[in-house]
Design a protein around this ligand. Sequence first.
Ligand code: SF4
Length: 121
Amino acid sequence: MTSAVCATATDPDMWFSSGGTRTKAVQLCQTCPVRSYCEEYARSLEAGTGVHARHGVWGGTGAKRRVKDRQEVQPRNADRTAVIRRLIERGMPPAEIAAHVGVTVRTVFRAKRTQREEATA
Ligand code: SF4
């Protein structure tokens, strides 16, 4: 947080505005030394949420862009379940899997339970 450009900005509301002011915030994010961490943090916070639950510019991207990015990388349901199962087998924590795949933690636990039930059947 201490290295974040927005933390020392004279007008932090820029990150929650629209139009030219918002564009300025996006440009400032491009110079931010913690941009990649910020973007990853936004993905983990917003995993599985729609555009109306997302606010502001994070990591140089607006809410709509983050939803679109998520949809582009989000595999179809069957593929998504396969990815979740592979990550479970590799021992990745559920919250990280959820953020990585773009689902809720509950979805990860559901896949985990199904996988366990199939293994014992
Ligand atoms: S990348 Fe994140 S931390 Fe850096 S200025 Fe943009 S919103 Fe702030």
